[in-house]
Design a protein around this ligand. Structure first.
Ligand code: UD1
Length: 378
């Protein structure tokens, strides 16, 4: 029997935990042959290598690296095209909203190879964010749109995407979280940082709008320094943020500990024990909702509204005053929240069903699925 050949594309840190659970199921399914392509948009050991090891992923590496948006996008396209030609794939799977996602989608669509977009339909309605442009383009030309929350389905329908292309499958990143949480909590990070048993907050910042401009970063830094008087803060610093942070006084603040960006398991271990998370990341809004940890999102909008409507997330804005007001409100009335529908650790199964149905393969349970379940139970 000829297998349907799929290429799974990942490029940057938040892609790897979305690809891992799906890749594992696909590679155990006798109907599919799956090839993983890492574009190399992220290439540092801490943003890429460690993640591949934590998530046990193999991969072809394109070595694209950094550059302006145009350079990076063009380089992914230039290097992905020959891979797609050589592999003669029947479909391409892209995840998330990074430049690699959009670039691989454009290449595949122009070569008439069907594209499946995982995490389709999320919208911040803020076109100053590079990710929003990537989302709009990717969704407009993808063939199968796998959606993580109900707002995604609504957004796609309102943009004229036909309903038969849209499948609400839940959240693949939460599959990874559920599979890895036990190992993450045994990572020993609390003892290494000597914070066993003490409350602490976790900070991440990397959005260009927050970190590239001195005025924005100064506002956020002032709020963090004030919050750290109440609870010590641990801050793994993304490479984009590192140089900009040197301009602020955060590094000299006694109650804020700057860290190198940890791998997936270490970060998850740290986050799962934190009392509050302050972040501008997309995925962390979702992970804190599932972990039941209050999250202050240092942005004016979110493309993940379910984390606010049902989860533990609050939009805190980016000004010192708005962040401190949200912090005060959160301490007075902590948000409890619940876990959104289908964020249950079985999203990869539903993605697989959607792929089976798109490629018109029998959906009957097959032996390969049982094997996959064993493999993912670490
Ligand atoms: C990218 C994604 C963003 C995602 C984030 C997660 C886009 C448009 N942005 O942003 O959606 O949330 O990844 O981290 O795709 N750098 C290193 N080592 C690396 C990678 C980058 O030092 O391994 C530095 C370089 O100076 C680079 C800068 O970080 O210029 C930014 O990297 P880039 O991939 O352009 O975007 P991110 O800010 O990481």
């Amino acid at each position: 029997m000829k297998r349907t050949k799929l290429i799974c594309v990942a490029g940057a840190r938040p892609n790897f935990m979305k690809v891992a659970p799906l890749w594992r199921l696909l590679s155990c399914d006798r109907h599919f042959a799956c090839v993983l392509v890492h574009t190399g948009q992220h290439y540092d050991e801490q943003l890429s290598g460690q993640f591949f090891r934590d998530l046990a992923l193999p991969g072809h590496y394109l070595g694209v690296g950094s550059g302006s948006h145009a350079q990076q996008t063009a380089e992914v396209m230039r290097r992905f095209e020959p891979v797609l030609e050589t592999e003669c794939a029947d479909g391409v799977i892209v995840v998330g909203d990074v430049n690699s996602t959009m670039a691989a989608t454009v290449v595949a669509a122009k070569m008439h190879v069907p594209v499946c977009h995982v995490e389709a339909g999320l919208r911040s309605f803020d076109r100053s964010m590079p990710e929003e442009i990537n989302r709009l383009i990717t969704d407009a030309i993808s063939d199968v749109l796998l959606v993580s929350e109900a707002s995604g389905r609504r957004n796609l329908l309102s943009e004229g995407i036909p309903e038969y292309r849209i499948h609400l499958v839940g959240n693949l990143m939460i599959d990874s979280l559920r599979q890895c949480l036990g190992r993450a909590q045994r990572s020993g990070i609390l003892s290494r940082l000597r914070i066993n048993g003490r409350p602490f907050g976790l900070v991440t910042l990397h959005r260009p709008a927050n970190v590239d401009r001195a005025e924005s970063l100064d506002e956020i830094a002032a709020a963090l320094i004030e919050i750290s008087q109440t609870v010590p803060l641990y801050f793994p610093v993304h490479p984009r943020t590192r140089t900009h942070l040197e301009r602020t006084t955060i590094g000299r603040s006694a109650n804020i500990t700057l860290l190198e960006p940890p791998g997936y398991l270490t970060f998850l271990g740290l986050m799962s024990h934190s009392s509050v998370v302050l972040t501008d990341s997309g995925g962390i809004q979702e992970e804190t909702t599932v972990l039941g940890i209050p999250c202050l999102t240092l942005r004016k909008n979110t493309e993940r509204p379910v984390t606010i409507e049902q989860g533990t997330n609050t939009l805190a804005g980016t000004r010192r005053a708005s962040i401190l007001a949200a912090w005060k409100a959160m301490r007075e009335h902590p948000k409890t929240g619940c876990i959104p529908p289908l964020w249950d650790g079985a999203a990869a199964e539903r993605c697989l069903d959607a792929l089976h149905s798109y490629f018109r393969i029998s959906r009957k349970p097959i032996r390969g699925r049982a094997r996959a379940a064993e493999i993912v139970a670490f």
